[in-house]
Design a protein around this ligand. Sequence first.
Ligand code: GLY
Length: 497
Amino acid sequence: MRKLRITICCILAFSIVEAQNGFSIIGVDKEVNPYQYTVQKRGEFKQAAVSSAHPLASMVGAVVMKKGGNAFDAAIATQLVLAVVYPNAGNIGGGGFLLGRKVNGDLIGIDYREAAPEKANRDMYLDKNGNPQMNLSLAGHLASGIPGTVAGLFATMPYAKLSFENLIQPAIDIASKGYVLTEKEAGSLNSVRESITKNSTQPTALVRATKWKVGDTLVQKELAATLTLIQKEGARGFYDGKTAELIVAEMQRGGGIISLADLKNYTAKLRNPISFNYRGHEIISFAPPSSGGILIAQMMKMVEKYPMSKYGFQSTKSVQLMIEAERRAYADRAEFMGDPDFFKVPVKTLMSDAYLTQRMSDYNPDKAGVSATVKAGIIKESEETTHLSIVDPAGNMVSVTTTLNNSYGNRTVVGGAGFMLNNEMDDFSVKPGVPNMYGAIGGEANSIQPGKRMLSSMTPTLVLKDKKPYITIGTPGGTTIPTSVYQALINVIDFNM
Ligand code: GLY
């Protein structure tokens, strides 16, 4: 049996679980045990594999495939469990991008990025003197874009085999019966206790009277009820009816602007993936409104002409070259990239050989560039987004990156509905030249407009070698996502790691 070497999920903890006989879904025969589980970070598997930020989510994805589901079924179930067990970034109140490749070669790109509400406007985060008020785009009700995840899950269903009713059941079970917190999870919840209390208008299961400690069980009854509504009513269980009313009531209590009409009108969109070739590998990634696919294409094509493997991993030569490519690509990001439905992104030019050769024409291996030309602030790598990678026994590949933006999003739980909202509005450029929380700048291309999707850096990516599945990759990390994916791919392809 062929072996799968699967998934580089850069930097943060991840688990890989074999879809072997014996696993099954909690509530059916309880072999996915939310009270006792182990973290597995490396492995080789014969048939299929799931990698995500939480062992329970990965196990559920694996069991779904064992029960006849494909990689798309597993991606749906895994994301739903992450919405329960990984409130830092797993979500139904945020958004994401799914990149899939069916075994017949068909590529699928589902954009469920959050969008600006109808009442949003380009100056909404500026005070009367035109100064940015970053606190408003980061925390609390005004920071939230219209959530896209639930629409994205339903847009994935045409590629899945099992019923949504079954795929959501494990998440409902784990939310209603609870799961045991690790020391790290307890500490993480305690660290946001104050800001969640400050920004939420109603009590939430994530904050209790005393601090969380290792071994405590986190039960989320309101979240279970919301998931059950989605199970019964489909996407309408989120974008219409009771859940939508709870979101809008939360907005009204907290000075937010998302309306019932915003929720009703939200749709996920299909996008043609970006493809390019790098040293004989076919690399497939996400198109705008994520900048990720174009950025990795630009950076990899800028270094392709140089003998990277001869330079060596982390040698002065290879690091200098890779960084200079990053500088140039990120300057293009700030100027040319945004939601393609609102701003014409010159995708072909940005990825063309002629353009990239010209971009590198002033490259000097003996002299560092000037960072001031990209006007970036301090970029801190953090956990605010999450990634999952799946390959099924048939060879279907799915790569999903999904986010609330900051860790725990805008720190606001929807009262009565039990889920956290995103603070994705900070991914817009609130004012030309003013950096967002990642230090990224932008201009007209990524200005705020009603209905527009904020520019993302999420980079779910697939790699084929000899036309066969080779790597599924992605990572959290804000604007460091494309650089992390780029560096990891170079490490595998050039430095043979
Ligand atoms: N919120 C992170 C990103 O979309 O780039």
